[in-house]
Design a protein around this ligand. Sequence first.
Ligand SMILES: Nc1nc2c(ncn2[C@@H]2O[C@H](COP(=O)(O)OP(=O)(O)OP(=O)(O)O)[C@@H](O)[C@H]2O)c(=O)[nH]1
Ligand SMILES: [Mg+2]
Length: 359
Amino acid sequence: MSFGSRLQRPWIVLVGGFLGSGKTSLILAAVSLLEQRGLRCAMILDDQSDELVDTRHAERQGVLSREVTGGCFCCLYSGLMSVIEELRTWSPDVIFAEPVGSCTDISATVFGPLREQFDRYRVAPFTVLADPARAAALRSEDADSDLAFLFQKQLQEADLVCMSKADLYPDAAGISGLEARFLSAKTGQGVQEWLDEILLGSVEAGRTTLEIDYARYARAEAALAWLNLSFVLEPASPLSPALAVGPFLDRMDEALTAAGIHIVHLKFFDSSATGWLKAAMCANREEPRVEGNLDASPADRHEVLVNLRAKGSPTLVRKIVEEQLRQVEGRTFGVRLECFSPAPPKPDRRVPRARLRWA
Ligand SMILES: Nc1nc2c(ncn2[C@@H]2O[C@H](COP(=O)(O)OP(=O)(O)OP(=O)(O)O)[C@@H](O)[C@H]2O)c(=O)[nH]1
Ligand SMILES: [Mg+2]
């Protein structure tokens, strides 16, 4: 079975879904499978700001990656296209793109204008991932209304819904009213089948235009605190990546939890001469999930990235993180810290479904 060749139009594959649903993990697993078949793949990450854990992770996995920063793809179609055009010079077969996990209205703002480029690209159906635990929480009666709004809108515009993390939730239910696939980026379960379906199947791409109130969308995103931090750490004595970031992560979780800040996704990335480590948690007091060189030997210099998406006040989140940073043992320098609420989304293109025809 062949997915195509370099002489043809490259595939554009958008994988959306809520913060922490498993987008980056799925894309990295898919790239690995496709590369085993000799296909060239690249990946585009999207964020409100730069210094992204996901980009560093992708680079460490050897995946060609680029960033679109300063907003969601829904507002930055032209930015997305200029990165796609740049990647095209490298003749990729498949370009994956991961929208920000709070982003929605992708069908009208990205798939819509992308249809006009049908002579240059093949566009896969829009996959939206849902973490079963998050889906249950955000569909319950006491769900946070802002987060639930974003989650629902993302699902409503999906061409294909996939329940992620099937290894963690083997008995997960789907979402009522939606046909869902089940997959695990960790074990590979369902990933090949998903690729076959999006690249060889007949599901139409971008078939649902959302009805969405942008003022409500803006309010929901503005309820989030978005923090990107980078710094260099020289500990008093050499530490492994796990020991360099572990205590900082634990204390940050404690302090955020004590202040009533709801962690949506907290990611750490440590790069050192002896190896790298990524640690992430999708809820307060969750056991961090760790990937990388777990047995790396101690190093005397660490480059640390922290990306935190939380429900709460950016001013308070910043204060907590600054306080925890002061408590890190050793010398910290080169600190860059940004913390804000996402600005109201303003699409640079919006092409509703009714005006569209695929070639
Ligand atoms: N056990 C298990 N964990 C997974 C799987 N997929 C993702 N994870 C974990 O879930 C967390 C979130 O995964 P990511 O791939 O970073 O999710 P994301 O949707 O890209 O997150 P954002 O970019 O922040 O929106 C990480 O700790 C992953 O290791 C899976 O299939 N199984
Ligand atoms: Mg990601």
